[in-house]
Design a binder for this molecule. Structure first.
Ligand SMILES: C[S@@+](CC[C@H](N)C(=O)[O-])C[C@H]1O[C@@H](n2cnc3c(N)ncnc32)[C@H](O)[C@@H]1O
Length: 206
């Protein structure tokens, strides 16, 4: 057993399992753990998800990506209640499996509108998105440039709880369309959502 002074039990657990894994697996598991320290799991309350989805101006079959999808409730609601083709990326295996369970309970036609991927949201190809959904920490906004840059003009970007900085919005040419507030939520739950639209045409790749 490796002894490390470490505040997080999962880091200790990871270090203990270290010898059983190949080098590549170690790197990806390490990355997964780091990612969840940077962006921990906190679910958006269902009421707020519904308010956000209701306020979007898209028809059925619009494509929604929830990047950092948690237990999959956002993509399930988007598919079930709004008919969106919904994709979720989640790095945590337990949450990913929970999402698959939730999807398995849906009627087959709704299941066909959802896709859950166990993977890293920062390596996503979402150039076909109409809606990107993020509930991530403000410090991680700075890593979104290459994701948002892939998307077309008119794509909606939803930020739960944390509003991106003016500088970030200027650089990516995002314009605030709506702020949604749900003041009756419990303490410590997300109560606000910020919906932006991409104003520019796609960035030229060098
Ligand atoms: C605040 S939760 C939001 C969950 C869900 N989107 C919602 O709004 O209810 C953020 C999620 O992002 C996941 N996450 C963190 N880093 C990730 C990464 N690099 N790739 C994919 N998922 C990640 C976390 O495990 C966590 O489940």
């Amino acid at each position: 057993m490796n002894v490390f002074i470490c505040k997080n039990w999962f880091m200790v657990d990871f270090m203990n399992k270290k010898d059983e894994k190949s080098e590549n697996e170690e790197i990806s598991e390490y990355y997964a753990i780091q990612s969840q320290i940077m962006i921990p799991y906190l679910p958006t309350p269902s009421k707020l998800i519904r308010k956000v989805l209701q306020s979007l101006n898209f028809k059925e079959s619009a494509k929604l990506y929830d990047l950092g999808a948690g237990d999959g409730r956002v993509i399930v609601m988007a598919a079930e209640e709004f008919g969106f083709d919904s994709v979720g990326y989640e790095i945590n295996k337990t949450l990913y499996k929970q999402a698959l369970k939730l999807i398995a309970e849906l009627p087959e036609d709704i299941q066909n509108k959802t896709k859950m991927i166990h993977g890293d949201m920062f390596s996503v190809n979402c150039s076909d998105a109409n809606i990107l959904f993020f509930y991530i920490t403000p410090k991680s906004h700075r890593y979104l440039n290459h994701i948002i840059s892939q998307c077309e003009k008119g794509t909606n970007i939803v930020f739960i709880r944390f509003q991106p900085s003016r500088e970030f919005c200027r650089e990516l040419q995002l314009q605030l369309v709506k702020k949604i507030e749900d003041k009756k939520q419990e303490l410590n739950k997300a109560t606000a959502a910020y919906i932006y639209v991409i104003k520019r045409v796609k960035f030229e790749s060098n």
